[in-house]
Structures are given as C-alpha cells and as structure tokens.
Ligand binder design. Structure first.
Ligand SMILES: [Zn+2]
Length: 508
C-alpha cells in the first residue's frame, strides 16, 4: 500500500497543478499541450471532478415529491427511472434492457397506502364501561404496506412468531381460536443464524413476512398486528387481512394487566423454543386505506459501457443500487439514505468513468434495481434473467444506504478480498476514509440485492456507510429519511473510491 502511495502521489499532485493552472487561465505545461493528458492524469482529474454538491443534488431529485417515494410499479418510480436513463444516455452508456431499451421489466404487484388510517385499543372495565386508547400514526404505528383496505374490530390474540412448523414440533396457533380475530405477531424467528446455523436454516422459511401473513389468514384471522414499527412493503398482499405495524408501546398496552410483560413473554419463547400464545383480553380496531394493484409491472434500469480489450470486454465489472423505495405510507417516504444515496453515488461514479476516458479493458454494467423493498424482487429477477452471463461478472459492487455516517463498510469483502482490495487501494491512494471489510454469509432472509448474486456464486460485495451521530427520531423506513440528514462528504469519498476501484478492476 505505502509503495503505491509514494509512486502515485506525485502524479496526483502534478495533475492537481495542471487543473489549477487551467483554472487560472495559465498556459498548460508544454508536454500536456502537445498530447492529451496521460491516462493516470485523466483518472485523477475525473476523480476530483466528483463533487458532493452534485451527489446531494441527485439525492434531492430522487426524493422529490414528484417521484412519489419511488414505489416500484407506480408512475413515480417510472419517472425516477427515466431521469436516471437520461443521465446515463448523455454520458455515453448504452441500453441493455428488453428489446434494445434501458428497462428490464418484470411482474410486480404493488399496494398503494393512502391517507385514512386508525388504530385503537378497547379495554372493558370490571365495573362496566370501556377505556379506549387511540394511537398516533408513525409515532406508534404504520398501516401495513401490503394490507387489504377496510376496518375491523375484534378480540386480540397473541400468537408469538405466528409459526406452524410440524417438523419442528412447534405451533404458535395450537389450541388457539383466532377465527374472526386479530392476531398479534412477532417478526423473524425465535433464533438468529448464529450460533446454530443448521437449526436456524430449519426456521428460516418461517421468518418471512409473507409466510406469517398467509399463516394468519389461513387460521381465519381478519387482522394482524405486527411487532414491526416501520413501513415495509416486503410481503405479499392477502385479501381479507388488515395488517398494521406497531411500536413496542402498543405491545406493552396489549400485555398490560397480564402476569408477564410482552418482553418477558418474548424472552421465554426464545429461551424455551416453546409457544407462549395467549388471549389478551382486549379488543382492537384496525382501519387501513389501501389500493392493491396485482397487475403492477416493475423495471430494472440496465446500461453498459463496452470494454476496449478484445479478449476481456466480455467480462463485466457491475455497479448496482436499488432505485426504489416505499412510496407513500399515508405520507411520502423519501428514502434518501435508503437508497437515493446509493443511486446518487453510482451515478457520480458512472459519470466519472466515461469522463475519464481511460482505457477500460473489461466492460462496465450498471444495474439500477426495482422492487428491492418488495422482497429484493428486481435483483432476483435479474439474476434469473441476466443480460450477460453471470459467470462473466468479475465483480459486483452493490451500493446500499451509503448516505449517512463516517465509515464505509464492505459486506462480504472478507469472502471476496479482490474486490475489497481494489477499494482499499483507491482509498489508501486518494481518499483516506475509514473503511473495513466484514463477512456476510447471507443466511437469513434476503435483505439486500447482493443476496441473489452471492447465492449464484457471483463475486459480490454490498457497500454501506455507518457511524452517523444518532438522530432524535427514527429514520429507517420512516418519513424522516430525508436529504437533510445525509453526509455529503462520505458520499463523495465513496463515489471516488467506487470510480477508481472500478477502473482498477476493469483493467487488472
Ligand atoms: Zn429499505
């Protein structure tokens, strides 16, 4: 690393001088006047051309109301996709989608979540009368992003993880009558992938949101209160089920007056791996206003910059980021960090790649995914319907939530050190941002577009940022994930690293 630094630093310095001289209107050095700047100079100049202001403007654009929170399948998503295509076309990329277009389309049902929601709890008093407590949208609950539309009032029944797994000797619904009632359900499984990976794999199919929602409906529930206080369309729509995501405060109220608190009950299930389902003795009202579109069509945006080497141009360095977010959940979900930031960084690196005009032996493929928020459906579809052979992907760098913080984290960088080392070389030579690789086996349900690439054994890393000072409110999958909370400097640094590493990987 340090040897590289010594040899490249003077180059960087000379090119900075040239840029400064040009800016002052001075005559460039004679050699530069006779011939175009050398490839290393052009690389450094293009890297310095990457600006946090431009990247932040991209984030502002993508999070604007006109794109409606970029829910895949909606006109807002399509408009955001068209905006990226205009930029890529202008920079000299070529379309690689269906029939010579920029778009790879795939079936993608979606659900609009409209204003007009309600969540309340009713408790009968011993001496007659009823206490009614109404909850506040966003602070205490969200409409389920794939809820059916309607209003239900019914008894609430706690059914733990909502799992019926005969082969595991486990059934949260055993002995419980939930017909016509509202079930209260936990997300995930009673255990994580560690330390017992083999056992976790048996539980894994039951950790999916769609499974829990469908199992609730199968048992006759008409409503589901989910211990999951974010907006999230990562589930299938189930007709006849009103779904509401609630905070811990609502769960504490549901367990009030019972022998064990919600937390104690949950701990008991996790420790014993035995259900602790129970009648809660309270009635709830759930009302949601949604519109389901089973006919929805999603799209990935795909562009390519062909490589120059006759032998290597059939190999690809891939840059990816998901373009979509959650749309509206009553109000606009802007999705600045998740993942306008990833798209913005990708665009900045993509522009520098064509501006630098350095020889690129391998080709560069750009993938902007739809429907990441709907179960990583766009990337799953892409890996199953690739536009270039998956085996020809030398490296896939996925940019996921890279807008906030101080540090860059490279997930699966341990499994794919060649990619991480290219990023590290770029960082050590030019940027000097705190960065680290970590291991990710992707055992749990897929949460990032990288997952399906990793399962297809494609060399893949997923890049994120962390270390931002805590905010006084939650921003992940809420209305508060806005451009105002971004850290533009970290996006600029990462775009520079991504650009230089891409050129490095394309020529190595
Ligand atoms: Zn997300």
């Amino acid at each position: 690393m340090s040897r590289n630094r010594i040899t490249t630093r003077p180059l960087a310095f000379l090119s900075l001088l040239a840029v400064a001289a040009a800016a002052l209107g001075a005559q460039p050095p004679t050699r530069a006047a006779q011939a175009p700047a050398s490839a290393p100079d052009r690389l450094v100049a293009a890297m310095h051309g990457i600006s946090s202001n431009v990247i932040l403007d991209y984030v502002k654009e993508l999070t604007a109301e006109k794109y409606g929170g970029r829910l895949t399948g909606t006109a807002g998503y399509d408009a955001a996709a068209a905006w990226t295509v205009d930029l890529l076309r202008g920079w000299g990329y070529q379309p690689m989608g269906d029939q010579g277009s920029w778009y790879q389309k795939f079936p993608n049902p979606y659900t609009l979540v409209l204003p007009g929601t309600e969540l309340s709890l009713q408790v009968q008093q011993a001496g007659g009368g009823t206490i009614v407590k109404s909850y506040v949208w966003e602070k205490e609950f969200y409409q389920g992003s794939t809820s059916d539309s309607g209003r239900v009032t019914a008894e609430a029944v706690y059914v733990g993880y909502g799992v019926t797994a005969p082969e595991l000797g486990y059934d949260d619904y055993a002995g419980m009558d939930v017909k016509g009632k509202i079930v209260v359900v936990e997300p995930e499984a009673p255990m994580g992938p560690m330390p017992d990976t083999t056992l976790f794999k048996k539980w894994r199919p039951y950790s999916f949101h769609s499974y829990k929602i469908e199992n609730a409906a199968k048992h006759g529930a008409i409503g589901m209160v989910y211990d999951y206080h974010i907006a999230n369309p990562n589930a299938r729509f189930v007709k006849g089920l009103i779904l509401t995501y609630v905070s811990g405060a609502v769960l504490d109220d549901l367990f009030a007056g019972l022998p064990m608190t919600h937390r104690q009950t949950l701990d008991q299930i996790r420790q014993t791996l035995k259900p602790a389902s129970r009648v809660l003795g309270k009635t709830m009202t759930l009302a949601n206003n949604t519109q389901h579109h089973p006919e929805g069509i999603g799209a990935n945006v795909i562009g390519v910059l062909p490589g120059s080497d006759p032998a290597l141009k059939d190999e690809y360095i891939v840059l990816g980021a998901h373009l979509d977010h959650l749309g509206y959940n009553h109000e606009l979900m802007p999705g600045a960090h998740d993942n306008a930031s990833g798209v913005a960084v990708l665009l900045a690196a993509a522009e520098a790649i064509t501006k630098a005009k350095v020889p690129m032996k391998r080709s560069v493929l750009l993938l902007l995914f739809g429907a990441e928020e709907q179960g990583v459906a766009g990337s799953e579809y892409y890996v199953a319907h690739p536009v270039v052979p998956n085996a020809k992907i030398t490296a896939f760098l996925n940019l996921e939530s890279v807008g906030r913080g101080e540090r860059i984290g490279v997930s699966s960088g341990v499994e794919y050190p060649a990619i991480y080392q290219a990023m590290e070389r770029a960082d050590n030579q030019y940027v000097h941002r705190a960065m680290g690789a970590y291991s990710n086996l992707n055992l749990a349900r897929p949460r990032q577009d990288a997952a399906h690439f990793l399962w297809a054994k494609i060399p893949t890393v997923s890049i994120g940022t962390s270390g931002a000072p805590p905010l006084p409110y939650a921003s992940y999958h809420t209305t508060k994930d806005t451009w105002q909370i971004m850290t533009p400097e970290v996006m600029e640094d990462l775009a520079r690293i991504t650009f230089v590493a891409t050129v490095d990987l394309a020529n190595r």
